[in-house]
Design a binder for this molecule. Structure first.
Ligand code: TXA
Ligand code: MG
Length: 347
């Protein structure tokens, strides 16, 4: 453990002041053992995965999992993803393992894919938000795998951000959000992918993508040899007046503090429009950040970090160029649209 501890005063459920000392751990074997001990003892540990950092607790321990909601400030009906470190752990959580699930596991596990499956009673309501299903993921990140193995239990982990903030893709992001709120943070490398895992509902005959990610619908459809549907609400478009379709869509899941606008259309036109908008806004005294990516992979990797940087720099307006909504571009646009509160302008 590094010689660094942080203590803040925290309100518990009864409004009583409580102190949480957050240990900052390395990703070496000794510290992973310490982190595993914390998990086994019902504590909270933030850890790296290949997608984003997660905030973990023993998935089968009701009290431990309920602490996650408090640390994040997250609504308690939002279910968590349960992380496992070998395929055998799935059959301890899932009521059935179908041939389609086997095919997806063969192709994409360990990796950035979460399968929604019917749960066994051992998985508590607090972990699934009361649903009769559970999301399960086998991450490829070696530190995540070592932690789960050492803890000896499945680990429930949402992204390790404060609710409403962009998911953390570096340990600095986690330290920023979670110091004083959790028992330990494992400091490790930046996340390889930068957007959260693909969530695929495997409980029906036709699999449905609930959250797009690095593993795309086409990739899964090819492996399964059948159709995979997209949840129709994904990347929903708003009318020309840019009003959200429903009040629920107003909720900005990954919101920066700045106003964010996405410009879509022919590339040169988009660039031109963003440049002229930026100079107008700057002339009016606004701080502007322009986001334009070279490719989808770096877009996924950098998006959340850029949104967090905009907050740090007190940016007033973010002007972003849309990506083509195919493959990974579709997944990144899903995050960008949420960040912008569906504020997309066709030029
Ligand atoms: O990449 C990831 O998935 C990261 C890392 C830490 O593994 N985790 C993550 O967790 O993004 P979280 O809690 O931020 O997002 C989980 C998503 C939510 O949209 C949640 O509603 C959905 O998965 N989900 C989880 N369990 C579900 C279930 N049983 N049915 C439907 N959706 C579920
Ligand atoms: Mg999240």
């Amino acid at each position: 453990m590094r010689d660094r501890e942080h203590v803040i005063r925290n309100n518990n459920a009864f409004g009583i002041q409580e102190e949480i000392a957050t240990k900052v751990l390395t990703d070496g074997p000794e510290d992973i053992e310490k982190a595993a001990e914390i998990i086994r003892g019902g504590g909270l540990v933030a850890f790296p995965t290949e997608t984003v950092y997660g905030l973990g607790a023993d998935a089968l321990d009701v009290l431990a999992v309920s602490k996650i909601y408090r640390a994040k400030g997250r609504p308690s009906d939002n279910p968590m993803i349960v992380h496992i470190a070998d395929r055998g752990m799935l059959s301890e959580l899932a009521a059935e393992v179908t041939p389609d699930m086997e095919k997806l596991m063969d192709a994409f596990w360990p990796g950035p894919m979460t399968m929604i499956v019917k749960r066994l009673p051992v998985v508590p309501d607090v972990t699934t938000g009361g649903l009769d299903t559970v999301g399960v993921r086998f991450p490829s990140n070696p530190v995540a795998q070592a932690l789960i193995k050492a803890a000896g239990c499945p680990i429930a982990a949402p992204s390790a951000n404060l609710s409403g903030k962009p998911s953390p893709t570096t340990s600095a992001h986690v330290i920023n959000d979670m110091m004083g709120r959790v028992d330990a943070i494992i400091e490790s490398s930046d996340c390889e992918h930068g957007i959260e895992s693909t969530v695929i509902d495997m409980t029906g005959v036709i699999p449905i993508v609930l959250r797009p990610g690095v593993i795309t619908r086409t990739m899964m459809s090819e492996v399964l040899g059948k159709k995979v549907k997209l949840d129709p609400a994904l990347n929903a478009r708003v009318g020309e007046n840019f009003q959200p379709r429903s009040p629920g869509m107003k909720y900005k899941h990954y919101a920066p503090q700045a106003e964010m606008r996405i410009y879509a259309g022919e590339e040169a036109k988009v660039r031109e429009t963003i440049e002229s908008e930026a100079s107008k806004l700057r002339a009016a005294g606004q701080t502007v950040k322009v986001i334009a990516f070279d490719d989808e992979v770096s877009a996924a990797h950098d998006l959340f970090a850029l949104l967090r940087a905009a907050d740090k720099e007190n940016v007033d307006v973010i002007l972003a160029a849309a990506l083509p909504e195919e493959g990974l571009g579709f997944s990144v646009m899903n995050r960008m649209l949420k960040s912008a509160g569906y504020n997309i302008i066709n030029v």
